[in-house]
Design a protein around this ligand. Structure first.
Ligand SMILES: Cc1cc2nc3c(=O)[nH]c(=O)nc-3n(C[C@H](O)[C@H](O)[C@H](O)COP(=O)(O)OP(=O)(O)OC[C@H]3O[C@@H](n4cnc5c(N)ncnc54)[C@H](O)[C@@H]3O)c2cc1C
Ligand SMILES: C[S@@+](CC[C@H](N)C(=O)[O-])C[C@H]1O[C@@H](n2cnc3c(N)ncnc32)[C@H](O)[C@@H]1O
Length: 672
């Protein structure tokens, strides 16, 4: 332990969090019976042990103009180390360099406790308020928070370090090993944890910790770090710091999912498609100093699937830990967290009105009951019985359900416009990309008439048209037609205060009308409105919320006369999006052909990437939830940053998965 509380009985303010006691104004963990930082001075300790122990002032001063640096931390705690690192980064790193901070925390503190702790150091006030503005309650899983216009990025994994570290996809430059004292918090210091830290390290990475416990030193040495003792902070005579020198335990990693080399310094990209996927990609790249040409065949952005007047921030979580559930859980929180920065107009562009998923049948009720035990804070996700649900919705609903209180509806074109509004993004509208051509320094995109744009990197975000290029024709994309119905609001229906979801959905009125949605048609690519699909949407509303159906006089609405909008969703056969680098399909089949005989082979051949070509598509029915985060996923590939999601999720969304599956399926077919 770094120092027992001087006066364990002192508790100057009421507790805000069951995880903490406050002793002499400093937080002490109830679970671990230990302090979060030295009682002598947490700030000076953080600077001495973690910043000094990793030699960060010198290393950051020497970074190139657009350099980047990755910190890995075990135990985010109060965010003190993060705030100190950010402060030093601002002081010494080049203005265009970027810091990625990846931290794992099993027991995230409440915002009030983070605020109360960091208030101990007024010089950190700016960092503290920025952190708190993004914090909120955190569900288990992966969170991406961005600060200073993207100059500092926090990937915060809420989970156990032993589960989380093996799932991280990152190359770390410096580690802050900051669990509680090893005797009280042994899981944080196990040899497998330290070996994972080594696995995730760039060569020459360093680590630092306040403890000199023998098992920690031995664990670090066993993992490949050369470790020495340095003068400790305050009452602690010594601390440890290490540098990765030795061979690490290497595991075979599927080369088809390895990352392509990070492209050279020329940060220019063409993004084809200006819907949610394309604008999110452009925004994530622009925030990292890229110059982006955003091409669309229409005269305005968001003219196809992303052009609906209202879309719902709806995540259908699974009680089991599936990659889809992880993706939509993180994506939903990322989208919700991103909205304030987009300067949208409340009521016309979005409403954080809550989304109520109604338990419309027994299976759904069972799923809700299981989800309520997933560990999401009830400020984010809460089960409501019928009376509570009706009170929250402002209209009588037939059953209870689950309320996602931070979610709501948005006007997708407003999000697309806000994402595309950046001085580094140039819109190239009214031009249809029909061909890609390799050039000496990248790709040239042309339409039938001439060249439209050129750059070392091209990202195809053209929804269902993404497979129209020779290079991407192997992507198995499906189109699913969907129709929304617009129903005029009435005084009685205007009482609706949340989005209601079940087999369909209905949103509170925007500009005098409710959007009801949505139909699914698999073999129909027309975008003409049909009365039959309006009838279907109205029937779904009648089952979902009979009182609302009556309030809009659904019985007498003529499906042949009401308004609506039809568009085409784009999905992959596994209903996961397709995000990442593109390969030469024929060369892939040759390189990994042996998998057709034996799918367990640990082949080494490098994947035949089409250098600089990426895709971002197949967001299906949930682009509002998955597309904003997809920009960060692509940026992680293009900048060599920590992935914002577990490796398994990145791989599940990888464009090469279909080629791989068809090779392996060939094996199953021949072995039958
Ligand atoms: C009826 C309906 C209701 C929906 N409701 C919801 C909802 O409530 N919540 C939710 O999260 N999601 C919802 N969705 C899904 C969501 O709208 C999509 O997932 C999302 O819009 C997909 O974004 P995108 O950028 O991939 O595709 P799009 O918005 O279709 O954008 C693709 C763009 O690429 C352009 N393009 C294509 N090829 C080329 C080319 N060769 N050259 C130039 N430009 C090109 C197109 O013009 C288009 O602008 C709904 C979809 C529909 C149809
Ligand atoms: C000493 S505190 C970290 C202090 C922090 N770095 C700061 O700047 O305030 C240790 C942290 O490790 C977290 N922790 C303990 N066991 C963990 C585990 N198994 N997995 C992940 N985090 C854990 C605790 O909840 C606590 O927040």
């Amino acid at each position: 332990m770094r120092g027992l509380p001087k006066n364990p009985m002192a508790s100057p303010a009421p507790d805000t969090d069951p995880l903490l006691d406050w002793h002499d104004g400093q937080p002490v963990s109830r679970l671990f019976g230990d302090v979060y930082f030295s009682r002598d001075s947490g700030l000076d300790e953080a600077r001495h042990v973690f910043l000094g122990g990793n030699d960060l002032r010198r290393r950051w001063t020497a970074l190139p103009r657009r350099g980047q640096f990755v910190i890995g931390e075990t135990g985010f705690g109060t965010g003190l180390n993060f705030a100190c690192a950010w402060q030093l980064w601002e002081e010494v790193a080049p203005p265009e360099a970027r810091l990625s901070y990846l931290s794992i925390e099993r027991f995230p503190l409440q915002a009030a406790d983070v605020g109360r702790t960091l208030a101990l150091w007024p010089e950190l006030a700016r960092y503290c308020s920025a952190l708190l503005a993004e914090w909120g309650d955190l569900a288990p899983g992966w969170h991406r928070l961005s600060f200073g216009g993207g100059r500092v990025m926090l990937t915060l994994v809420v989970g156990d370090v032993r589960d989380a570290l093996p799932r991280v996809d990152a190359a770390v430059d410096a580690w802050f090993l900051d669990g509680f004292a090893p005797a009280r918090n042994p899981e944080m210091w196990q040899p497998d944890v330290l070996a994972e830290a080594a696995r995730l390290s760039r060569s020459g990475a360093t680590c630092a910790t306040y403890t000199v416990a023998g098992e920690v030193r031995r664990g670090l040495e066993g993992a490949g770090f050369a470790v020495d003792k340095a003068a400790g902070f305050g009452r602690k005579r010594e601390m440890l710091r290490g540098e990765l020198v030795g061979p690490r335990a290497t595991q075979w990693r599927a080369p088809w999912f390895a990352r392509p080399l990070v492209p050279a310094a020329d940060r220019r990209a063409v993004v084809v498609g200006a819907g949610l996927a394309g604008t999110a990609t452009a925004a994530s790249l622009a925030a990292r100093g890229w110059a982006v040409e955003l091409v669309d065949r229409h005269a305005t952005i968001a003219a196809e699937a992303s052009g609906n007047p209202q879309g719902v921030l709806y995540a259908r979580l699974s009680p089991r830990a599936t990659v889809l559930s992880e993706l939509v859980g993180s994506g939903l929180q990322y989208t919700c967290r991103s909205l304030p920065a987009l300067a949208l107009e409340p009521g016309s562009d979005f409403a954080e009105c809550g989304v109520l998923q109604l338990a419309y049948d027994d299976d759904e009720a069972r799923r809700h009951a299981q989800l309520a035990t997933l560990g999401w804070p009830d400020t984010l996700l809460s089960p409501l019985d019928r009376a509570e649900a009706s009170a929250r919705a402002g209209i009588d609903v037939p059953v209870g359900g689950l309320l996602f209180s931070r979610a709501g509806w948005v006007h997708p074109p407003a999000i697309c416009r806000a994402l595309a509004k950046h001085t580094a993004i140039r819109l190239v509208l009214g031009r249809e990309a029909v061909r890609l051509r390799r050039a000496a320094d990248g790709w040239v995109v042309s339409d039938g008439i001439g060249d439209i744009a050129a750059a070392p990197i091209v990202v195809i975000a053209g929804a269902g048209a993404s497979a129209a290029f020779g290079e991407t024709s192997h992507l198995p994309l499906r189109l699913i037609r969907g129709q929304l119905s617009f129903v005029p609001a009435t005084p009685a229906s205007r009482t609706l205060r949340t989005v209601l979801c079940g087999e369909g959905y209905v949103a509170p009125a925007r500009k005098g009308q409710h959007s009801l949605g949505a139909t699914h048609r698999f073999r129909d690519t027309s975008t003409a409105l049909t009365a039959a699909e309006h009838r279907e949407n109205l029937d779904k509303l009648a089952r979902l919320a009979p009182a609302l159906y009556a309030a809009v006089d659904g019985e007498h609405l003529d499906p042949a006369r009401i308004g609506g909008r039809a568009a085409l969703r784009c999905s992959a056969p596994d209903y996961l999006p397709i995000i990442g680098p593109v390969v030469d399909a024929a060369a892939f089949a040759t390189a990994y052909g042996p998998l057709a005989r034996d799918a367990t082979l640990e082949l080494e051949a490098a994947s035949p990437w089409l250098d600089g070509l990426y895709v971002n598509t197949a967001h299906g029915s949930r682009g509002l939830v998955t597309a904003p985060l997809s920009g960060e996923m692509l940026a992680a590939y293009l900048e060599g940053e920590p992935a914002p999601l577990p490796r398994a999720v990145m791989e599940a969304a990888h464009p090469s998965r279909f080629l791989l599956r068809s090779l392996i399926r060939r094996r199953s077919a021949t072995s039958r």
